[in-house]
Design a protein around this ligand. Structure first.
Ligand code: HEC
Ligand code: HEC
Length: 303
């Protein structure tokens, strides 16, 4: 796609001065254009990347909640105890979005929580979960993001407490709480449970809400998915079998695809959005794997 646009726009200026430009110079220009097109062309599979973006719920945090907002152009407010974050524009616009990023820049942001200028990213962007996404899937995600129409919508500054605004301080936070690295399958678990673990831990980032946090906003790993206070201060249920055994596989599946609870209720909006954007879009085998993984968790009492 990039190559076609390049030639379409490039033909005119290249053709007109052809009479005056020496042949060698024209060849150089053409080579430069082709190199630029080659560098921008993503290697991954954009179609697969679209599915992974759904499994990762990217659109929710990166789209304004206003009616008719441009998907992925940013603006969504995320309230946390540290202040309000606004999901930035991640369309390929060179100024307002991430159009100037390379694939390597993207991989570094997702895996290490670092911006191309070297600044730390805030963990309100769930890279502590996304760090587990495989190289292949990151490449496909990147290919998909490159296909989005660029939007000039300017990202809004986060509205944070004075103390929390300072990105270098995150180096300490990361040193204490962040472990970068791809998902490692559990050799003792089945392939299905490992697939479910990958979808839950890496892409689905379910622990970002379902794992309680300490006062520095870091998930308490010994209570992984055991529920408690969510990021917006409201109680989030326990997903380990200690609590979830009350639901049959069928009820869980209905909840995660149709968004209705066993007693016919509508779930709280935080989860409703996860169902709409993510779990309802999972392929049947992936949803089954996710449920198998939740069933295989060690039960942790209480929430
Ligand atoms: C829970 C909300 C949330 C989800 C889900 C989320 N993001 Fe983000 N993302 C953010 C926030 C907030 C920031 C800004 C972080 C900062 O300024 O340090 C961000 C920043 C980014 C950046 C860096 C942009 C920049 O200009 O610095 C990229 C790239 C990105 N997200 C990609 C993704 C992708 C791809 C997904 C899905 C796999 C995703 N995000 C899902 C909240 C989210
Ligand atoms: C943005 C926060 C958030 C994220 C992310 C999130 N959840 Fe939830 N989840 C909630 C909240 C809040 C509820 C409670 C809904 C209610 O009871 O109305 C909930 C409820 C649930 C329930 C129902 C439990 C019960 O007791 O009936 C299940 C199952 C569930 N979530 C699974 C998941 C899975 C799987 C993921 C990851 C793909 C996930 N959630 C990600 C916030 C979240």
């Amino acid at each position: 796609m990039t190559v076609t646009t390049m030639t379409a726009t490039g033909r005119k200026p290249l053709a007109t001065p052809s009479a005056v430009l020496p042949c060698a110079l024209r060849a150089t220009l053409l080579a430069l254009l082709l190199a630029a097109a080659g560098a921008a062309a993503a290697q991954g599979n954009a179609k697969q990347g679209e599915y992974l973006a759904e499994a990762g719920g990217c659109v929710g945090c990166h789209t304004d909640s206003k009616e008719g907002a441009v998907p992925f152009a940013g603006g969504r407010a995320l309230k946390t105890p540290f202040g309000t974050f606004y999901g930035p524009n991640i369309t390929p616009d060179p100024q307002a979005g991430i159009g100037r990023w390379s694939e390597a820049d993207f991989v570094r942001a997702m895996r290490n929580g670092v911006r191309p200028d070297g600044a730390n990213l805030f963990p309100a962007f769930p890279y502590p979960s996304f760090t587990k996404i495989s190289d292949k899937d990151l490449s496909d995600l990147w290919a998909y993001l490159r296909t989005l129409p660029p939007s000039g919508r300017v990202s809004r500054e986060h509205d944070l407490g004075l103390f929390f605004r300072w990105r270098p301080l995150l180096t300490v936070w990361k040193w204490m709480f962040f472990k970068p690295g791809e998902f490692v399958p559990d050799a003792k678990a089945t392939a299905e449970v490992n697939r479910g673990a990958y979808l839950t831990q890496a892409l689905g980032h379910c622990g970002e809400c379902h794992t309680p946090r300490n006062f520095l906003g870091a998930p308490i790993q010994s209570r992984y998915l055991a529920g408690g206070k969510g990021p917006e201060g409201k109680t989030v249920p326990n997903l380990t079998p200690a609590h979830l055994k009350k639901l049959s596989d069928g009820e869980l599946q209905d909840f995660l695809t149709l968004g209705v609870t066993a007693d016919g209720d509508v779930p709280a909006e935080a989860m409703g959005e996860v169902i709409r954007n993510t779990t309802s879009k999972l392929l049947p085998a992936d949803l089954k794997a996710l449920i198998a993984y939740l069933r295989a968790l060690a039960p942790i009492a209480g929430d």
